[in-house]
Design a protein around this ligand. Structure first.
Ligand code: SF4
Ligand code: SF4
Length: 271
């Protein structure tokens, strides 16, 4: 197998331009999201889904004061008070390409498979639309497309990787918020970045998905966040949903054997 490849998404330098979303759609020929005006945020795509394989979340942060005070605070009294001052957290989310991927465990057709780059890819021409993978994903990433029923998600641009190219989102990102490369190198780079942010007093910075000890065995796509994962809509303690399957099968096997034994005993004792 080739080296494990991954994404390091450093949200501290994301400017929310959504170039990654556009590049992903363009390269992978993904249909539109319906152009829905949500009226809750400047974010016009909402969440990851069958037609949004990269999603840049805009998270409004009331009270996160910008470096230079603004004139007035927007509440009309002009006092510049923190209650009206908004900052933004921007984060480009994507499939985590989990080390232990439940979506892959439950797929009955082999449409989901692990590539030579240790990424998880779904093949649209093999997917039968059963949808088992959808509830199996602990991050709510994979989704069936209403128009044809099949499941879709980020492939980490498998076709581009085969051609020696980086994924379209990483190529398009103007701030290098999305970095692509061998996972070990990305971990080292992320560690340095974290140290630097901490030395600058940004104690809130933390890595998410980088530890092999988390509930999915670590992610192939990990993040540097500036707040708790929940703020970004990410589960704080993700667990591979198929974790208990082997034990459940063992219990089911044991129960079936006991039943067969009980029937045999009853049959023999009635003779
Ligand atoms: S994040 Fe979800 S869809 Fe992506 S590999 Fe993990 S389980 Fe599968
Ligand atoms: S292209 Fe880069 S800077 Fe722009 S939204 Fe995506 S991650 Fe953020």
């Amino acid at each position: 197998m080739a080296e494990r490849m991954g994404f390091f998404t450093d949200t501290s330098v994301c400017i929310g331009c959504k170039a990654c979303e556009v590049a992903c759609k363009e390269w992978n020929d993904i249909p539109d999201d319906g152009f829905v005006f949500r009226a809750t945020s400047y974010d016009n795509t909402g969440s990851l889904g069958a037609s949004t394989w990269r999603h840049v979340a805009f998270i409004e942060q009331p009270g996160r004061a910008p470096a230079a005070p603004r004139q007035g605070d927007g509440d009309g009294d002009g006092d510049g008070g923190p209650e009206d001052i908004e900052g933004w957290l921007m984060s480009s989310d994507v499939c985590k390409h989990c080390t232990h991927a439940a979506c892959l465990d439950v797929c009955p057709t082999g449409a989901l498979f692990r590539t030579e780059f240790d990424t998880v890819v779904v093949q649209a021409d093999v997917c039968n639309g059963c949808g088992y993978c959808v509830p199996a994903c602990p991050y709510g990433v994979i989704e069936r497309r209403e128009r044809d029923g099949r499941a879709f998600k980020c492939t980490m641009c498998y076709d581009r990787q085969l051609g020696g190219l980086e994924p379209a989102c990483a190529k398009a990102c103007p701030t290098d918020s999305i970095q692509f490369g061998p996972l070990d190198e990305l971990h080292a780079r992320a560690g340095e970045r974290l140290e630097r942010l901490h030395s600058e007093g940004r104690q809130e910075a933390r890595l998410y998905g980088a530890s092999p000890d988390d509930g999915v065995g670590g992610a192939g796509a990990f993040f540097l966040l500036l707040a708790d994962p929940e703020v970004y809509g990410l589960p704080p303690d993700p667990v591979v949903t198929t974790r208990d399957l082997p034990a459940m099968w063992r219990w089911a096997g044991g129960a079936a054997l006991s039943l067969v034994g009980a029937v045999a005993v009853s049959f023999l004792s009635n003779r």
